[in-house]
Design a protein. Structure first.
Lengths: 506, 1129
């Protein structure tokens, strides 16, 4: 049987030996790039900083995709505009108070805030455990984490009321069963976080590369805003006063010209407490890109003075334009220096462009100018919804007006007058009673922060709980009801978590 | 040993002496027999097959004659009886011959030799013909059962034979025909009709790790032959399958040249909602990784294919396990055959053009309609369009933009094949070149491909061989697919009052101020950006097969597949005075490398027990690894005006990172480890049973779920082999089959079972007024599912194969139910979790139930005409049984919020999701009485008479997203194909029609052309628009910016897209044999053919064949007319 040792049997036998090597460990493929997990990632300074950076990211999307819809379009300052019909149906629902729990805008607000919450929780929980981290870096990172967590919860609680509150990292299962916490608990957490942040954060950053990060001044300013929102005038006034008194420490000062606030070259400037940072290029045609889309969305429709033609959304109401002090009937007699940097009025000229008397979606020819970067500035906006201009969240003038309002006429009026003086307006009359004074400060805020996404929340926090209803009905929004103080929780979230109750009326 | 013995008796001699002609040896012997009055005994294979001129009459001696005739061929003869000679080659033959004849020889010979003219007990005569055609059959063997007596028919089909008595039985046989036994009885003259064996029954079907004859199959497998595939002038073999295989739906997603736009192949519907629905493609035994619709099928010529076998049911496909849930397409390429080298050339050239383009408004009509729309929306009329008559004077009909982008285009193909070899080694070489210009200007495709397939029988026990294919294609395409920049949509929209070029030849286009229109100029988009897609592919395998023992074989096969794809995109800075001019240079290139390796070892064993029990066993092991990697780099941002497409730093030195961009993925490998087994049992050619099992392990699955097992069982019973069916003479063949099996879909990306950190977040810091200041961030963006595994597909199939009326009509019908369980669906986490990426879970069930039918008939078959007709028909019903943990899936059109397709429980997957319309508001009262469509009362910004009335489905008084519903789906009720082939003399005519019934298309091109969207042009249909009460109830008023949302996704745009298409008509002429002989050619055929000659459909878009059912104005298929020739040397 020497045949057994012939090539005929040896060749297949060799092949069979190959088979023996084919063990199942072949199925464990070592990835080319090691897989980084939550458990092994936070181990050096770079990881701590990256974790903080990611916590800022949701701000870009919130201010692109939700903040102005809720803060301005829903208010008496602006209407949807745009091309009409199916153009921006989800925003039309907000404008017309027919919002449902399926609305994508409120979904964006909800989702992006919670991305921020998870990431700030990770920062607060993991950064102190990073091996060898310096106290300075740890404090800065945790301070930023707490500031941002407070900012995200502040957005959530103002829009939705009671919301799920958590400050630790949670599992997928826990996130599917968590219930809403009372508003009071959320505010307690916000105030606690901001109080920590104001001590942990530096007053200013020396490195240019850090410009745009949260500062102690920003934490104090935001805390003043939270107190004012809650009606705690004493704390609001004292916190605002802390900022005002330490303004030289933080470097806060009003720009001589109101319009200087909205210039590319003045980003994170002397009047800025905190702003959302944008750049041009990267992530085009998206709310989640690196730049903001407001330049294209707000510019006069199809007039080509901005990149991507201009869509003419968020159109100022006539009522808003009529608030500016003027010497005659015509808008050309407006003396308030804030009007030109804030809105386009028919006849306004920019280079060879003249704002017409009427445009698609803008029956009176108004448009928002606040975030305008002209088409010629390719660095500032190179198209595809990527404008580099930052969006202010809080300016020093707001601190002045918070103090003016919280401290009352006697103490506060000089601070309101400081803001008016910069706008080229005379001081408020003396001897206004409490409600007249409040009305005056409200009007001042309306014009000072026009299209800075504050108006709707100012209407809501008015001492008269029906104030927002009165104002909006007067503005012709007859659909509005008391339930619209809070937006509905996204239905998708309630589908995945049966513990989530819905706000009344939705 | 079987000996065929011919006893040729001189009394049966009818031969005529034709001296001049060459004659066969048998004829010469017959003449000699007559002349010399002798008989000859010989084995039929003793005589040479050749013919010669031989004059019998020259001889006086039979022995001298035999010597002259046979000696040159080393054939001997010996006188055995007085008048009988035995003719033989060797002594052993002589012995066998005389022994074999045995006792009966001597008396027989003596009797007849001595008593010439005396008839035996009974003489029968008759003719044998082919039953179907009536053509006489020559050389049919007629044998008297139980004896060695027999004869063969002459060329008139006639025979004559003596039989002992009326009880004798004649056995009539001929290769390729069914053998018959006929009792003589009282008849003496017979008309015998021979029924050909259905060729299909013995056809070899490639089933994966082996082959089977069709009659032995127990599973649902459809086969298409090379002839059917090569008849169509397409670059993609997938397209050639359309309408040829029952149960396989093929949709050409795009008419773009070369088929790179993709051909969707769906076997028995879809099996997965998130994973691939492409069948596994196996080329010469090598299962290739899924490459979507731009796959291996367009990398070689269709005439390289010998056959395509489609494994449809789970029992057939489960031998391919975890990758087989969408069925398997087995491609077998042509191989060399022993014999003289043959050379074959096939070439054709043709012209293509669009068969149906929409009619748009001319300049004056456009000015009228557009002005009406502007007025209705409260806007001033565009000054340019205000004087309608001046428009006509200035522009005439205006620019025909569709005419500008569509053209008549050429295509051509040449293919050369050389094959041949000895019985030890065979080879086939082929080379092909295919070039197709697109019917859209500036688009084209060309491909060069080579093949070498070889087989060597190295020793008695070792056979080695290979398949190797190499190809390169280059596609220069245009954007014809996206809803924003498709040149087709741009051409539909471009106003007729805008010209492609200015008077000085520079590009023009819509001007935001004068034309109110800012979309890019489609001619600019076709001419300026230079895009190319080049693909190099090498695919091949080598194998060695060892015969270890009788019936036991071992085979090792190694395969490699390399795919290098190079995408280039260059936008030279070329100014345009029109909308969105591209003023900056940009250049980018992407190179992707896809590699795959296979090692496979198999043992097969065949054994027959007691001649009735046949076993065939396969055991195999396979290991396969796939890897994808790419690099991408580009430059742009306007600082680069070199007008040359380079990345070279010496030519262009980038100033900072903002001028360059790059990306790379050093892809993760995915590995598959498989154990395969199958047993076939065949009982007496009557009953068949197959059991197969495959165990697949994939590196992509979670550690606990790496391996999965896919068993199947199938059985068949050939009823026609049973006596009770054989009594029914009209049934030629009848088989019933049943099968059940499991297959899988490995729809899991690598490493999805691990919780990762997403390091892709970015934010901007540091006062960036431009594009700088990027900082990166890291955070989890998804949770994970540690138990993720394959999707499981289970399928029942019950089938009948039958052939009746002498094989004149044969059909095959299958009924099946397939269920995909454990569907991998993305479950979106609650956003409260802080993550947003959906996590794959095995949840949900999808079902398809259907019937496949194929029918073949021979309508006419006689000496001059043969007409075959084949039909295939497939129908299925798709239903989402459950989505499990997942939410309804929304897909579709990115230009519309919320999409246009939805998948929910209880309905077919991806139904159209939109609003229901109820006609048009004729009066303001109707608007007031109806649910609110949009808030407000101003007709400029809200609903007005003439607008579409949308139905308030939830009766909440307001029309919003919650009023959307199922408004139809793209699944056809059935699809069919009908092929008629008529051969008449030297002409062959084949007519192939193909169609679909009941499918719907959401025609979204109308979103662009029926007003409301822009100042773009309108389709001719808007002439019938609403202009006042009761003027129209389907075409709304013309108003710019669509305040009522008339253009939202609604049943208004859902159209019936049933169609019947004259897919191919081909007329071929074969040169007569005499001419070929003169030219020393084996075959020469000239043909002309036409594709898509006409399409019968009510669909109003450019083409009713729309992959996915949402028509975004895709590249339409062309009508092609061509001429070609095939020459075999």
């Amino acid at each position: 049987m020497n045949k057994i040792f012939s090539a005929k049997t040896l060749l297949p036998a060799l092949a069979a030996i190959c088979l023996v090597q084919c063990k199942e460990k072949l199925l464990v493929v070592d990835p080319t790039i090691p897989i980084i997990t939550v458990d092994n990632y936070y181990k050096d300074d770079a990881a701590a900083i990256a974790a903080v950076n990611a916590t800022y990211t949701p701000l870009s999307a919130i201010y692109n995709g939700a903040a102005w819809h809720l803060g301005d379009i829903m208010s008496d300052d602006a209407d949807l505009g745009g091309g009409g019909g199916g153009d921006g149906l989800e925003t039309a629902e907000l404008d017309n108070f027919s919002v449902t729990s399926f609305n994508p805008v409120i979904n964006t607000m909800w989702a992006q805030c919670y991305y921020g919450v998870l990431r700030s929780n990770l920062v607060v929980e993991r950064v102190p455990a990073v091996p060898g981290i310096s106290d300075a870096l740890k404090n800065k990172c945790v301070g930023e984490g707490k500031f941002l967590r407070a900012l995200y919860y502040y957005h959530l609680v103002r829009v939705f009321g009671d919301v799920p509150l958590y400050t630790k990292v949670i599992t997928a299962e826990e996130s599917s069963s968590i219930a809403r916490s009372p508003k009071a608990d959320v505010y307690t957490q916000i105030i606690a976080d901001l109080k920590d942040a104001e001590t942990l954060l530096p007053g200013t950053y020396n490195l240019l590369a850090d410009k745009g990060r949260a500062t102690a001044g920003a934490a104090k300013g935001l805390l003043a805003s939270v107190y004012l929102w809650l009606g705690d005038k004493t704390n609001a006034a004292s916190k605002a006063k802390e900022v005002i008194d330490n303004r030289t420490v933080y470097g806060y000062e009003l720009w001589t010209e109101y319009g200087d606030n909205f210039k590319l070259e003045n980003e994170n400037g002397k009047e800025s407490l905190f702003e959302v940072q944008y750049r041009s290029g990267g992530g085009q045609w998206s709310d989640f890109g690196a730049g903001h889309k407001l330049n294209t969305f707000f510019a006069p429709r199809a007039q080509d003075i901005v990149q991507s033609s201009g869509y003419g959304w968020n159109v100022p109401t006539k009522d808003f334009a009529d608030q500016y002090e003027k010497t005659g009937a015509a808008y050309s007699t407006i003396i308030d220096k804030r009007s030109k940097p804030s809105i386009w009025i028919p006849g306004d000229v920019f280079g060879s462009y003249t704002q017409p008397a009427q445009l698609v979606g803008s029956p009176n020819g108004f448009n928002v100018k606040k975030y305008f970067v002209p088409v010629a500035n390719a660095q500032g906006d190179n198209g595809g919804w990527t404008c580099a201009l930052n969006i202010p969240i809080m300016r020093y003038s707001e601190v002045l007006l918070i103090y003016a309002e919280a401290a009352g006429a006697a103490m506060g009026k000089p601070f309101a007058d400081q803001v008016r003086a910069r706008a080229g307006l005379a001081a408020l009359p003396n001897g206004l009673n409490e409600s007249q004074y409040l009305e005056a400060v409200y009007k001042e805020r309306r014009l000072e922060f026009g299209f800075e996404m504050h108006r709707w929340f100012d209407l809501l926090r008015h001492p008269d709980p029906t104030y927002f209803l009165t104002v909006m009905r007067a503005a012709g929004k007859n659909n509005i009801q008391a339930k619209h103080r809070y937006m509905p929780l996204p239905q998708g979230e309630r589908d995945k978590n049966s513990s989530l109750t819905q706000n009344e009326g939705y | 040993m079987l000996l065929c013995i011919l006893l040729i008796l001189n009394i049966t001699c009818f031969a005529k002496g034709q001296m001049e002609e060459s004659k066969s040896f048998a004829d010469i012997l017959t003449e000699s027999r007559k002349k010399f009055d002798v008989d000859f005994v010989y084995e039929s294979n003793t005589l040479p097959a050749s013919k010669l001129s031989f004059d019998v009459n020259k001889y006086n001696s039979v022995e001298k004659l035999l010597e002259d005739l046979l000696k040159p061929y080393q054939i001997k003869f010996k006188k055995v009886l007085a008048k009988a000679y035995v003719i033989y080659k060797s002594n052993s033959d002589f012995k066998q011959l005389t022994d074999g004849i045995g006792i009966s020889l001597s008396p027989l010979l003596e009797t007849y030799a001595g008593n010439i003219g005396e008839l035996p007990a009974m003489r029968v005569t008759g003719t044998v013909t082919e039953q179907l055609s009536g053509v006489p059959l020559e050389s049919v063997s007629i044998l008297v059962k139980g004896t060695t007596k027999g004869t063969t028919t002459d060329k008139n089909g006639a025979f004559s034979l003596e039989v002992a008595d009326a009880n004798s039985i004649l056995i009539v046989s001929l290769v390729g025909y069914q053998t018959q036994e006929i009792k003589v009885g009282s008849l003496s003259t017979f008309q015998i009709g021979m029924v050909s064996n259905s060729q299909a029954l013995n056809e070899v079907v490639v089933i994966g790790y082996g082959t089977r004859k069709r009659k032995e199959l127990t599973t649902a497998v459809s086969s298409v032959s090379s002839k059917d595939i090569a008849a169509l002038p397409v670059a993609d073999a997938g397209q050639a399958l359309q309408g040829k295989v029952s149960g396989v739906t093929i949709i050409q997603n795009s008419g773009a040249p070369g088929g790179t736009g993709g051909t969707g192949i769906r076997i028995r519907g879809i099996s997965s909602l998130t994973g691939t629905n492409n069948p596994l493609i196996v080329v010469d035994g090598y299962p290739l990784p899924d490459q979507g619709s731009d796959n291996v099928l367009n990398s070689f010529g269709t005439n390289e294919i010998e056959s395509i076998d489609v494994l449809k049911d789970a029992a057939a496909a489960s031998i391919y396990g975890v990758r087989a849930s969408n069925g398997v397409i087995m491609i077998t390429t042509k191989r060399g055959r022993a014999g003289k080298t043959s050379l074959s050339v096939d070439m054709y050239a043709g012209l293509q053009q669009a068969w149906s383009l929409p009619t748009m408004l001319n300049a004056k009509q456009y000015a009228i309609i557009n002005s009406e729309a502007n007025i209705a929306s409260g806007l001033p009329v565009l000054p340019k369009l205000s004087d309608f008559n001046a428009i006509e004077t200035q522009y005439g009909q205006g620019t025909d933009w569709l005419g500008e982008i569509f053209r008549r285009a050429a295509m051509r193909s040449v293919n050369l094949t050389a094959s041949g070899g000895s019985d030890k080694s065979q080879y086939l070489f082929s080379a092909g070149y295919f070039k197709q210009d697109g019917i859209i200007y500036k688009t084209d495709f060309d491909r060069f491909n080579l093949r070498f397939n070889g087989d060597i029988k190295a020793t008695d026990w070792m056979k080695i061989g290979n398949s190797l294919s190499m190809s390169k294609y280059v596609e220069r395409g245009a954007n014809t697919y996206d809803p924003f920049n498709s040149v087709i949509l741009l051409a539909l929209m471009a106003p007729p009052t805008v010209t492609p070029r200015n008077a000085d030849g520079s590009y023009s286009g819509g001007n935001g101020n004068a034309d109110g229109f800012n979309e890019p100029n489609p001619i600019y988009n076709l001419e300026v950006p230079q895009n190319s897609n080049t693909k190099y592919r090498i695919n091949g395998n080598v194998f060695a097969e060892f015969t270890l023992l009788k019936g036991l074989k071992f085979k090792a096969l190694f395969g490699a597949d390399y795919n290098l794809q190079e995408l280039r995109n260059f936008s030279p800075a070329t100014p345009s005075s029109g909308g969105r001019p591209i003023i900056t240079d940009g250049y980018s290139t992407q190179k992707g490398l896809n590699t795959d390796y296979l090692a496979e070892y198999s043992l097969t064993y065949e054994k027959v027990v007691n001649s009735k029990h046949k076993f065939n066993t396969v055991l195999a092991y396979a290991f396969q690894e796939t890897k994808y990697s790419y690099v991408f780099a580009g430059r742009g941002n306007g600082l680069f005006n070199q007008q040359i497409p380079v990345l070279n730093n010496q030519v262009f030195n980038p100033i900072d990172i903002s001028q360059t961009y790059n990306a790379a993925e050093d892809g993760v490998s995915s590995r598959l480890l498989s154990y395969i087994g199958r047993v076939n049992y065949d009982f007496d050619g009557r009953g068949f049973l197959t059991f197969s099992i495959r165990r697949d392990g994939s590196s992509n699955f979670a550690p606990q779920n790496k391996f999965s097992v896919f068993p199947s069982v199938s059985a068949g019973w050939r009823l026609s082999e049973e006596a009770f069916i054989q009594k029914m003479a009209w049934i030629s063949d009848l088989k019933v089959r049943a099968s059940f099996g499991y297959t899988g879909n490995p729809n899991v990306p690598a490493n999805k079972y691990i919780a990762g950190i997403n390091q892709g977040f970015q934010y901007t810091l540091g006062n960036s007024a431009g594009s700088g200041g990027v900082v990166s961030g890291a955070a989890p963006s998804s949770s994970f599912n540690p138990l993720i595994k394959w999707e499981k597909n289970e399928q029942f199939d019950f089938g009948i194969d039958a052939s009746i009326f002498s094989n004149r009509l044969s059909f095959s019908v299958d009924i099946y139910q397939r269920r995909s369980k454990d569907l991998i669906l993305g479950v979106t986490p609650p956003f409260v979790s802080g993550t947003y990426e959906s996590v794959p879970y095995n949840t949900g069930t999808l079902q398809n139930r259907g019937i496949d039918l194929s029918v073949n008939t021979i309508v006419i078959s006689n000496k001059t005409i043969r007409w075959n007709a084949n039909a295939v028909l497939g129908t299925y019903k798709n239903e989402v049984i459950s989505l499990g943990l997942a939410a309804p899936l929304d897909n579709g059109f990115s230009r519309i919020t919320g999409g246009s397709l939805r998948t929910t429980q209880g309905l077919p997957a991806n139904y159209f999701y939109g609003f229901v319309t109820e006609g048009i508001f004729q009066t303001t009262k109707e608007i007031a009485d109806h649910a609110v469509q949009t808030a407000g009362t101003n007709p400029i910004s809200s609903t007005a008479p003439g607008d579409i009335k949308f139905k308030d489905l939830n009766n909440d008084g307001i029309i919003n997203d919650q009023d959307r519903t199922n408004i139809g789906n793209a699944n056809p009720t059935f699809t069919y194909g009908l092929t008629n082939t008529v051969t008449f003399m030297n002409l062959e005519l084949s007519i192939f029609m193909q169609g679909s019934v009941g499918n719907k298309v959401l025609n979204f091109t109308r979103w662009y052309t029926e007003g409301g969207t822009s100042n773009g042009n309108y389709s001719n249909d808007v002439i019938k628009r609403w202009t006042g009460p009761n003027s129209s109830n389907d075409m709304p008023r013309m108003v710019l910016n669509d305040p009522n949302g008339n253009n939202r996704v609604s049943d208004r745009f859902v159209e019936s897209a049933s169609y019947l298409r004259m897919k191919n008509i081909r007329l071929a002429y074969n040169l007569p044999a005499a001419w070929l002989k003169a030219a020393k050619l084996k075959r020469m055929q000239f043909y002309i053919s036409a594709q898509n000659l006409f399409t019968v459909t009510k669909y109003t878009g450019m083409d009713p064949e729309v992959g996915g059912g949402v028509d975004l104005g895709f590249y339409p298929q062309a009508r092609t007319v061509l001429a070609g020739a095939t020459i075999d040397f």
